[in-house]
Design a protein. Sequence first.
Length: 83
Amino acid sequence: AVYVFGKSGDEWTQQHQLMATNGKIGDGFGSSVSADGNFLIVGAPEMNGEQGAAFLFEKSGSGSWSQIAEFMLPEDSFESALG
């Protein structure tokens, strides 16, 4: 899981927990994270036999996050560890 925190005054609090819609234990989801404005991309290099995957999340106007895309290499890319 990836945890999103927000700051209110001097205090940071957890606001969201993000998970891949098809994630499994051991996928390495959250091994890498990059943020830009209302977008987060999260790597899962151990997914699908170390083929790996990356998941794009978008923050809505109401502040909730949703997965909007999943990126994977072709099936013959075993052990590529994308993400």
